[in-house]
Design a protein. Structure first.
Length: 261
């Protein structure tokens, strides 16, 4: 099989090769059966029934063998294609630096969770957070340090999300998003506060220690609202947290916003 089939000529060459193999296999099998069943004398007289039986045996044997071989090969190619497609889908939905879902992956996963929660009547709280003064970190310590900070915050968020059943993603740049299902406002705030404390740390590397904090905004899902509206409200809460001095949590609902710094 060629390494790749790209042009029409490749298709024709591949098909011709497989046809030649099938023809060669048929000829070899036919010759083997001829020798075994009819002997090597070309002038020998053979009953019609014996010839018919021989023809059926050859046809059936070749058909079964070729069908099995082609089916096995097709199944292996389909398996390889399915694995490749799954890997491409995973890569297209994963942020390469942090290993978290990217925005596309988050939107798809969050939309499914939100629909299930709505159907089950469960409460949903969205979370938006970003690294405080990240541009200043890049300017002072360099972009390599900035990447280390992003990767470290990604590790903290991923581990916390896995332990607390929170969907977490890198939403873009230094901003991260999350979704909590079947949780009350007080529990959501406690969860975000714990995460805020975990993210207040020094990220070391390259002989420097970069002090890092993050700000968090929470929003409760409103009946009839969609994911985009929910995330916009969480983003508004995040901006309020920034206005209040950063390194804090602000939760917003349909009536008011509450800050916990």
């Amino acid at each position: 099989m060629p390494n790749s089939i790209v042009t029409r000529r490749d298709v024709i060459r591949y098909t011709a090769g497989r046809a030649a193999i099938a023809g060669g296999v048929t000829a070899i099998v036919t010759m083997i059966f001829l020798v075994m069943d009819l002997g090597t004398d070309p002038q020998v007289l053979v009953p019609v029934g014996k010839v018919a039986r021989f023809s059926m045996i050859v046809a059936l044997s070749v058909s079964v063998a070729l069908s099995a071989a082609l089916s096995f090969r097709s199944a292996m190619l389909m398996r390889q294609l399915a694995l490749t497609r799954a890997e491409l889908m995973r890569v297209s939905r994963t942020d390469p630096l942090t290993g978290l879902l990217n925005r596309r992956g988050f939107d798809e996963a969050a939309a499914r969770l939100l629909a299930k929660a709505n159907a089950a009547g469960k409460r949903v709280v969205a979370l938006m957070c970003d690294i405080d003064r990240f541009k200043a970190i890049n300017d002072r310590y360099g972009h390599d340090a900035g990447d280390r900070v992003l990767a470290r915050m990604g590790d903290i968020l991923r581990d916390f999300g896995a332990r607390n059943d929170v969907l977490i993603a890198r939403h873009g740049g230094e901003e991260f998003a999350g979704l909590m299902i079947d949780v009350g406002d007080e529990d959501a705030t406690r969860c975000a506060l714990a995460l805020c404390r975990l993210c207040s740390t020094d990220v070391t590397g390259g002989d420097v220690a970069v002090p890092v904090t993050m700000s968090f905004g929470l929003a409760t899902h409103l009946p009839g609202g969609d994911l985009a509206a929910l995330m916009r409200r969480a983003d508004q809460a995040l901006y309020r947290a920034k206005d209040l001095g950063r390194n804090c949590v602000v939760q917003i609902d349909e009536m008011e916003a509450a800050a916990v710094c």
